[in-house]
Structure formats: C-alpha cells, structure tokens
Design a protein around this ligand. Structure first.
Ligand SMILES: *Cc1c(COP(=O)(O)O)cnc(C)c1O
Length: 364
C-alpha cells in the first residue's frame, strides 16, 4: 500500500497535521445531525469563531461545506453584485482566484497586480481613490508567495473610501493577528484545513452586520451557496443541506481547544515562534526569502539553481517529509514550508537537517 502519510511529517499549507482531539473524532462514526445536540455544537462553534476573529457585535458565522474557494465564491456571490465596483489585490494565485470569481459572477473589478513576493504599499492604492469603487477584496496572506499584506493600511484606505472590505484569511486566520472589528472588515473567510488543522472540506465565514445587510439585499441566483438560507437555518444551529458533519464536529473540538488554550493570541504566538525557529535553523543556507513581508504561516524560499521541485521530491521520497511545492511560473524556483498544524521545534530540526544534507550533497 502507498504510504499516504502515517510516517510522513507534513510541512505543507494544508491539509496539515491534526491534534489528537481532531483524530479521535475522525476515528468514530459520523452521527445523525438533525438533533438538538448537533445544533448546540454548531451554535457554540459560531460563538467561538466570532470571538477568535474579533468580529463586531451582531456578527454571524456560516460553516459552508466546500473547501476555502467555496467560501470565497459564496462571499463574492452573496456580498457583491453587478452594481459594485471592486478592487482586487492580486499578488499571486489566490489573488488571481478572487479576480476570476468576480469575472465569472459579473462583478465589475480592477486588479492591483503585484510581482511575486512584493508587499502592497499606499502608492498602489492611491490611484484607486475617489473613483467610485465600492469594495476591496484581499487575501490577507497571499499563500502562493508568503506575503502578509498590511491590513491596517488597507483598512484605513477602505474606511476613507467607504469600501466594503472582504478578507480571505484562509491561511492567516490563527497564524497572524486579525481583528475584524478594529479593521472594519465586512467579511472574513477561513478554511478547515489550514491553522484550524482539521480535514479539508469546510469554509468558515464571519459576517459583520454590514455584510448581513448586503446578503439580505442580494439574490445570489443559486441554491447551494445562498447564504440567506444558511443564515436562517443557522439561527437554530442547523444547515439547509447535509453538511460535512464529521468535519464540523472536528472543527467544534478544535475551536474549543484553541479557546481553552488562551484564544487566537496564544495560537498566533505559538505559530510565530515555530516560524522564527525554522527560519533561524536555515539562515546559513543559500535560500532567499521570496516574501518582503512574511506571514507566520509560511516561509517561501527561492532557490538559486532552480532545484525547488527536486528538493520537494527528494524530501518526500528519502526523508519522509512533505514541504509545499509551488505551481506555475515559480515551480522550479520556489518552495514553501508551512508552520501550521501539529508541528514542533523537533520537526523543524529534522527538516533543517535534511536541507543541510541536501546542500552538502550539492543539490542546491
Ligand atoms: C488554501 C487557500 C485557499 C483555499 O483553497 P482551497 O483549496 O479551496 O481550500 C484560499 N485562499 C488562500 C489564501 C489559501 O491559502
């Protein structure tokens, strides 16, 4: 049988390694869910998610069955329309995805295109001021290049311009500080398989009151992604259709674990320490950090001799380690190391030792 990971160490950016509270639920049967007991777990998950996101009063959460992209698409379909004019920050493959979703759903938009690894600066935003835009879409952490955008700077611009701010925080939620209320963000999308460290297949949406008003006024023109129905059933802890019940129970357990351990802040501190520990261990190797402003979630490394793919394969086949390869134009130049999920400093030590081996052997 192919070894799909029992003895592998996983440094990708999702799915990531899960803590034992998530494993235990995965080993059990999936229960029936049209029950008061399941409703109670969903209502508790909603409460904890909104608290971890620092969502403003009277916000709501939706747990949508579908990976993170489903959450991004549902957000665009329900929160924006052909009457909007959106600015899309496009610094890599996830920024492209937001633009593609807007195009498919007829949302007028303009892109701010950034070279791989570059930060967004006020000078990029200024040309868009005072021109009738209504919304700004950003992937807080552009996972493909490891760039964490300056959210307070973006939020200031949105406030000045009266823009609705939609944040894809799928890879940064619980890894980098995010305060929805103080940013004035209208909506945040997270995913089950990044720092939540659960199986993939559920996206988590936090919706502020201005987002709820937009949803009320909008017809998304579809059944499954209609957030009006999800919000209505969610009032009693239920969903319009059969959700990924097992994953939702894992998410519930994980949210409770994070809350009990001190909330988002302690998870962020742990992730930041893990990232700093890894970066320190490889500082002497001839890599260049691709990102001008790295997230705690990921270290994106450029390799001078274009051996990034080879490094991925050798680590997988000879060392039992998964790192995260890049796709597209960066496939040979860049690989990424994730710091999400159940990883420890000793895992960093093993990966750093393997990379030092490969350097000595002349692979890069
Ligand atoms: C992982 C990720 C997504 C979602 O990808 P899925 O494969 O649909 O889960 C979206 N945006 C960002 C920034 C991500 O890191």
């Amino acid at each position: 049988m192919v070894d799909f990971g029992v003895y592998m160490t996983n440094f990708t950016v999702g799915p990531v390694q899960s803590p034992s509270c998530v494993h235990e639920i995965g080993a059990r049967d999936v229960p029936y869910f049209r029950t008061p007991e399941f409703s109670a777990t969903m209502l508790e998950s909603e409460r904890i998610l909104l608290a971890l996101a620092h969502a403003p009063a009277n916000s709501r959460a939706v747990f949508l069955t579908g990976s993170g992209t489903a959450g991004m698409e549902a957000a665009v379909m329900n929160l924006l329309s052909s009457r909007d004019r959106a600015i899309v920050v496009d610094g890599g493959s996830f920024g492209h995805r937001f633009a593609q979703i807007c195009a498919i759903h007829g949302v007028p938009h303009e892109r701010i295109s950034l070279d791989p690894g570059r930060a967004l600066r006020p000078a990029h935003l200024e040309p868009f001021a005072g021109r009738g835009f209504t919304a700004l879409l950003v992937n807080m952490h552009e996972t493909s290049t490891g760039v964490l955008y300056d959210m307070p700077m973006i939020a200031d611009f949105c406030r000045r311009e009266g823009l609705f701010l939609l944040v894809d925080a799928i890879s940064s939620f619980l890894a980098d500080p995010f305060d929805m209320a103080s940013l004035g963000a209208g909506a945040m999308v997270a995913g089950s398989q990044k720092a939540m460290a659960c199986p993939p297949g559920v996206s988590l949406l936090a919706l502020a009151p201005d987002a709820l008003a937009r949803i009320d006024a909008n017809d998304p023109g579809c059944l499954y992604f209609d957030l009006r129905a999800a919000l209505k059933d969610g009032e009693r802890g239920q969903t319009p259709f059969t959700p990924a019940v097992g994953t939702l129970l894992q998410i519930h357990a994980r949210l409770r674990e994070i809350e009990a351990a001190g909330g988002a802040a302690s998870e962020i501190v742990r992730t930041a320490a893990l990232a700093a520990d890894f970066r320190g261990r490889i500082a002497d190797l001839p890599f260049e950090n691709l990102s001008e402003s790295p997230s705690n979630a990921v270290t994106a490394l450029r390799v001078r001799n274009r051996s990034a793919r080879a490094i991925f394969s050798v680590l997988k086949d000879r060392y039992g380690i998964w790192i995260c390869p890049n796709g597209g134009d960066l496939a040979d130049d860049v690989f990424r190391v994730g710091h999400l999920g159940a990883l420890e400093s000793e895992d960093n030590a093993a990966l750093a030792a393997a990379l030092h081996d490969l350097h000595s052997s002349g692979l890069f």
